[in-house]
Design a protein around this ligand. Structure first.
Ligand SMILES: [Zn+2]
Length: 88
């Protein structure tokens, strides 16, 4: 069932997994998104911090991933964290 309350700019888990895979292909610990998708800190503050870090580091692949992560719900981020498909 589609959720009518879902904001249209919220990415889905299947959309974000390939972005995570790109980062993991370069960095086995998830690079700037490490705290969220490798350690499982799914609260908003950690996603925001990961995006700040990606921008500081100017890692385009991390920015693509983290910009999606900050728009997701904690439950969605937890699914990314728990998914084996995030790894290449
Ligand atoms: Zn990075």
């Amino acid at each position: 069932m589609p959720n009518p309350d879902k904001p249209r700019d919220r990415p889905t888990v299947p959309e974000v997994l390939p972005l995570a895979r790109v980062v993991y292909a370069r960095h086995c610990g998830g690079c700037c998104a490490h705290v969220v998708i490798d350690d499982g800190n799914v609260e908003q503050v950690f996603a925001n911090h990961a995006l700040d870090r990606a921008r500081e580091q100017m890692h385009q692949d991390c920015m693509n991933l983290c910009e999606a992560l900050v728009r997701m719900t904690p439950t969605q981020r937890k699914k990314i964290y728990q998914s084996y498909e995030k790894r290449p």
